[in-house]
Write a protein that binds this ligand. Structure first.
Ligand code: HEM
Length: 564
C-alpha cells in the first residue's frame, strides 16, 4: 500500500473516531449531563458555540434576555452553564464564599499563570490585592484625586463648547465621553494622561480597546477559541497599534517613575506606602504599574511593561479593561436618555441650576450628594444600559460535593453559574415599565410614608440593581465612577444646554424598529456587549447658557493648565 493510501486510511479512521467522539459527548450532554433537565436553547445544550456565536455579534445580553422570556428564570446556556434571573439567585451566586470566578477568566491572561486583581481566582491572593488596590480607588482616594478629575471634566465642557457651542455642529457623545474617561483613568493610574480630549494623535487607542474587549469576551464565552490559536489570526492586525501603544504607555510610566512617590495624586501615591494588615505585604513597584494599566485599554500592557522590567512573568496584564471604558458608557447612555426624555432633562437642569450658584462649586459636597434627581438619572441609565451587560461567570469547584443551592436549585459541582446583568435589569418583576427611562422609580418618600408593599418593592428593586456586581468581586472603583459621572453631568448642565440635531445623525445610538435581534426599541441606547460595551452616539448640539458666559470665559483658560 502506498504512503498516500495509508494516509487516506488513517485520515478516514481519525474522522470516524472524531464523529463517534462527538456523538458520545453530545449524547451525554443531552441525556445524562447533570444540567440536562434545565430548559434552554437546543444548541446551547451541546456546545459553547452558542454563546461564542452571539458574543461574536455582540448581542449575547439581548439573546440571554430573550431566552429567559422563552424558557424561564433558570436556563441552560452552554453544556455546563446555568444562567438565573432572580434576586435570590443574584445573591446566592455573587455573595457565596464557595464559588470562584470562573476559570474562563484565565483566557484573559496573555501568559498562563499570570494574574491581576481582575482575573486572579485564588481567594487569598485576591483578598491581598483587593485590600491594597482597593484603597487606591476607594472614597478617600477619590476625594484626593477629585481636583485632577475636575480639571479633565472642565476640559470636557470646554471641548463641547468649542466643537459645538460655538459652531452649532452636533458632537458624537460616545467619542467625547470615551476621551474623558480614558484621560481621567490615565491620570489616576499614571499621574498623567493620553491627552485624548485635546490631541487626536492618540485616538487610535480606542480601536485597541474595542479589539481587546471583543477578543476577551469571545474567549470567556468559549475558551477553546484561544487554545486553537485564534490569537495568531488576529495578531497581525493589531501589531502596529500595539507598538504605538507600547511607546505611549512606556513614556507615561517612565515620566512617572522619574518623580517622587507623592509627586502626584495618583494610584502610585495612594498605595505606595500601604501594607496588607494581615500579611504585611506591600505592592511591589513593578506590579503596581501592571495593576494601574488595568484601568485603561490595557490590551498590550504586558508587552509594554515587561521589557522595562516593570512587569514580571508572574504579573502581566489582562486583555480586559474597565474603568475609563465603563464610565464613559454610563455617561454616553445618560446623555442619550436625557435627550430622549425632555421632561427628565428639564427636571435635572432645574435641580443643578437651583442647587449651585457657580460652576466651580460643583464638586463632592453635601450639595452634590443632595442632587437626588441626578443620582436617579445615573442609576436609571445604568439599569437600562448596564456598561457591563454580560453574565459574569462563577464556578462551583468540581471537588465541592456539598449540596449548593441557587434559588432552590441544587447545582452540580463544576457548573458555571451567573446572572445576566442586562436580563435582571429588565426583569418586570423588579422594574415595572422596564423599557421606559424613569428616574422617578429611584426616588422615594420617607419610609414612614410607605406601606409594606411599597417598601418591599423598593427593597427588591435595589436588590436586583447590580451594574457594579455585588460581593467580594464587585467593582472596586464604584466611588470613582459615580464621582466622575456626577461631575461631568452636573457641570455640563450648569454651563450648557443641549438638544438633538435635526439631521440623520440624530438616529445614531437608538434602536431600529423592526430589528429582529432585540434592537428594535428606538428609545433604548444600544450597547453592544463585548464584556464592556461598544456603542455610538448620541449626537447632540450644545449651546452655552447666556447667564454663565463669564464663567465659561474663565473655564476656557483651564485647558492650558492641565499637566499631561
Ligand atoms: C460605571 C462604571 C463602572 C461599572 C459599571 C463597573 C462595573 C464593574 C463590574 C460589573 C465588575 C465585576 C467584574 C467581574 O465580576 O468580572 C467590576 C470590577 C472591577 N472594577 Fe469596575 N466598573 C466601573 C468603573 C470602574 C472604575 C472607574 C474603576 C477604577 C478606578 C473600576 C475598577 C474595577 C476593578 C479593579 C474591578 C475588579 C474587582 C475585583 O475583582 O476585586 N471600575 N467593575
Amino acid at each position: 500500500m502506498s504512503f498516500k493510501n495509508i494516509a487516506l486510511v488513517v485520515a478516514r479512521y481519525l474522522l470516524y473516531a472524531f464523529v463517534v467522539r462527538c456523538v458520545l459527548i453530545y449524547s451525554y450532554r443531552l441525556i445524562y449531563h447533570p444540567c440536562h433537565s434545565y430548559p434552554g436553547p437546543f444548541t446551547a445544550k451541546f456546545t459553547d458555540w452558542y454563546g461564542a456565536f452571539h458574543a461574536f455579534f455582540r448581542r449575547l445580553h439581548l439573546v440571554t434576555y430573550r431566552d429567559h422570556q422563552k424558557y424561564g428564570t433558570a436556563i441552560r446556556h452552554g453544556p455546563n452553564k446555568l444562567v438565573f434571573n432572580s434576586v435570590t439567585a443574584l445573591h446566592d451566586i455573587y455573595q457565596s464564599e464557595r464559588l470562584y470566578k470562573s476559570r474562563s477568566y484565565l483566557v484573559t491572561q496573555p501568559v498562563a499563570g499570570v494574574y491581576n486583581l481582575f482575573n486572579v481566582l485564588d481567594k487569598r491572593s485576591h483578598r491581598i490585592k483587593r485590600r491594597i488596590i482597593g484603597q487606591g480607588i476607594n472614597d478617600r482616594s477619590a476625594r484626593q484625586f477629585e481636583p485632577d478629575m475636575i480639571k479633565h471634566v472642565d476640559i470636557f465642557i470646554q471641548q463641547l463648547l468649542n466643537s459645538s457651542g460655538k459652531t452649532g455642529a452636533a458632537v458624537n457623545m460616545t467619542k467625547r465621553c470615551k476621551y474623558l474617561g480614558i484621560d481621567v483613568i490615565g491620570q489616576l493610574g499614571f499621574g498623567s494622561t493620553l491627552d485624548l480630549q485635546t490631541d487626536s494623535k492618540n485616538h487610535f487607542v480606542l480601536k485597541g480597546l474595542e479589539t481587546s474587549n471583543f477578543r476577551s469576551n469571545l474567549y470567556i464565552q468559549f475558551p477553546l477559541l484561544k487554545k486553537v490559536g485564534m490569537e495568531l489570526l488576529l495578531y497581525p492586525f493589531i501589531l502596529t497599534r500595539q507598538m504605538k501603544y507600547y511607546t505611549l504607555i512606556r513614556d507615561l510610566v517612565l515620566a512617572r517613575r522619574s518623580q517622587g512617590k507623592h509627586a502626584r495624586k495618583d494610584l502610585y501615591s495612594f498605595i505606595a506606602d500601604l501594607k496588607d494588615p494581615e500579611t504585611g505585604e506591600g505592592m511591589r513597584l513593578r506590579n503596581l504599574w501592571s495593576e494601574a494599566a488595568f484601568f485603561i485599554p490595557a490590551d498590550q500592557c504586558h508587552q509594554i511593561l515587561s521589557p522595562m522590567g516593570l512587569a514580571t512573568t508572574r504579573n502581566r496584564r489582562t486583555n480586559t479593561s474597565t474603568g475609563g471604558d465603563t464610565t464613559s458608557t454610563a455617561l454616553s447612555a445618560t446623555f442619550f436618555y436625557l435627550s430622549r426624555y425632555p421632561e427628565c432633562y428639564k427636571k435635572l437642569a432645574k435641580e443643578i441650576r437651583s442647587t449651585f450658584s457657580d460652576g466651580t462649586d460643583i464638586k463632592s459636597s453635601p450639595a452634590l450628594a443632595g442632587c437626588s434627581y441626578l443620582r436617579a438619572c445615573i442609576d436609571e441609565s445604568l439599569r437600562m444600559t448596564p456598561p457591563i451587560s454580560t453574565t459574569l461567570w462563577r464556578e462551583l469547584p468540581a471537588d465541592d460535593k456539598e449540596p449548593f443551592l441557587v434559588d432552590g436549585h441544587v447545582i452540580p459541582p463544576g457548573t458555571q453559574l451567573g446572572v445576566n446583568m442586562y436580563a435582571i435589569h429588565h426583569n418586570e418583576a423588579y422594574f415595572p415599565n422596564l423599557f421606559t427611562f424613569q428616574p422617578e422609580r429611584w426616588l422615594f418618600p420617607d419610609e414612614s410614608h410607605m406601606d409594606e408593599e411599597a417598601k418591599l418593592a423598593k427593597r427588591r428593586m435595589y436588590d436586583a440593581f447590580s451594574p457594579f456586581s455585588i460581593g467580594s468581586r464587585g467593582c472596586a472603583g464604584k466611588a470613582m465612577a459615580y464621582m466622575e459621572i456626577s461631575l461631568a453631568l452636573a457641570k455640563t448642565l450648569w454651563y450648557l444646554d443641549f438638544e438633538r440635531p435635526s439631521g440623520k445623525e440624530d438616529k445614531v445610538g437608538e434602536g431600529i424598529p423592526g430589528n429582529r435581534h432585540g434592537r428594535g426599541r428606538k428609545l433604548e441606547f444600544q450597547g453592544k456587549d463585548q464584556f464592556g460595551s461598544l456603542h455610538d452616539g448620541p449626537f447632540l448640539v450644545f449651546r452655552p447658557r447666556a447667564d454663565v458666559q463669564k464663567e465659561l470665559d474663565d473655564l476656557s483658560r483651564l485647558e492650558s493648565l492641565v499637566d499631561g
